[in-house]
Design a protein around this ligand. Structure first.
Ligand code: PBG
Length: 327
């Protein structure tokens, strides 16, 4: 036996850490927070153990809990008190996200990022204005260009409330340009856009749709979110968002799409974000509740894999649970 190269030499404790290639820091993580205008109490989200919808009055307390763990950024999602066809509560000055953003930025040091979409605000649950067709008409789709104006209004209203970054998630063509122009005209040229650039039509969003009450009332999102079969298309989506001025490029979901994360990392110099979505969280919880997996270890390994694939930042429901283990 005469090996000269024995990789195991570097795997002993003490050496192993020195040669570790990937690190996960609490600062890389963004914790999603749900603010609910329909409740006066915190409500547990059954399919996402440990997560709650909190009333506006509790939004500061909720974010303080996040900050205590070492995580410094939150992504706010809102559940409005009422919904309508156009989702008008999404850009209301006294809307749920606007109100929570004002309080959180005034009273904490958290970095507040807001999800910009209409599906939680429209009575039909789609991410924009829908065409005037029967609900079961297969041609029914979201009116792309008319939705842009609404997304612009939502983004400006979030920036006015103090949001430090906006994250459009509707997969509307042209959304980044519309929002960039809107923000610039309103005097917010320094507010960055984290675009959900490659967002797939994924079955892993199930628990979120319960949490945010944003499931489509009819049809599905496959005519605007991406086909899981496609990778070249993701690169086109990203290219368009870059041309339109996106500052951070997001891939969503994360674990089933690490090839996309890697491809974007290699092609672009922009920061890449990955959204470790509700289903990715729920499945580890379900397995660990059955005693089949160790929750903490699998969560850490998942997040490390997402970083190793090339993500700089990760949106994850595990943020608070694992932050204490991180530098
Ligand atoms: C809104 C939005 C969704 C998620 C984030 N923003 C739902 C969807 O597109 O159906 C999903 C997040 C998750 O599953 O954790 N458009």
């Amino acid at each position: 036996m005469n090996f000269t190269d024995r990789p195991r030499r570097l795997r002993r404790d003490g050496i192993r850490e020195l040669v570790s290639e990937t690190t996960l820091r609490a600062n890389d993580l963004i914790a999603p927070v749900f603010v609910d205008a329909t409740t006066d109490e915190r409500v547990e989200i059954e399919s996402m153990p440990g997560h709650e919808r909190v009333p506006i009055a509790e939004s500061v307390a909720r974010v303080e809990e996040v900050l205590e763990t070492g995580v410094e950024a939150v992504m706010l999602f809102g559940i409005p008190e009422s919904k309508d066809e156009r989702g008008s509560r999404a850009w209301a000055e006294d809307g749920v996200v606007q109100e929570a953003t004002r309080r959180i930025t005034a009273e904490t040091d958290a970095t507040v990022i807001t999800d910009v979409c209409l599906c939680e605000y429209t009575d039909h649950g789609h991410c924009g204005i829908v065409e005037d067709r029967a609900a079961d008409d297969p041609r029914l789709t979201v009116k792309n260009d008319e939705t842009l104006e609404l997304l612009r209004k939502v983004s400006v209203s979030h920036a006015e409330a103090g949001a430090e970054m906006v994250a459009p998630s509707s997969m509307t063509d042209g959304m980044v340009e519309a929002i960039r122009t809107g923000l610039d005209e309103a005097g917010f040229s320094d507010v960055p856009i984290m675009s959900y650039a490659a967002k797939y039509e994924s079955a892993f969003y199930g628990p979120f749709r319960d949490a945010a009450d944003g499931a489509p009332a009819f049809g599905d999102r496959r005519h605007y979110q991406m086909d899981p079969a496609n990778v070249r298309e993701a690169m086109r989506e990203v290219e368009l968002d870059v041309e339109q001025g996106a500052d951070v490029l997001m891939v969503k979901p994360a674990l089933p799409y690490l090839d996309i994360v890697r491809d974007i990392r290699e092609e672009y110099d922009h920061p890449v974000a990955a959204y470790n979505v509700s289903g990715e969280y729920a499945m580890l919880h379900a397995a660990s509740e059955n005693g089949w997996l160790d929750l903490r270890e699998t969560a850490l390994e998942s997040l490390l894999s997402i970083k190793r694939a090339g993500a700089d930042l990760i949106l994850t429901y595990f943020a608070e649970d694992i932050a204490d283990e991180l530098a």
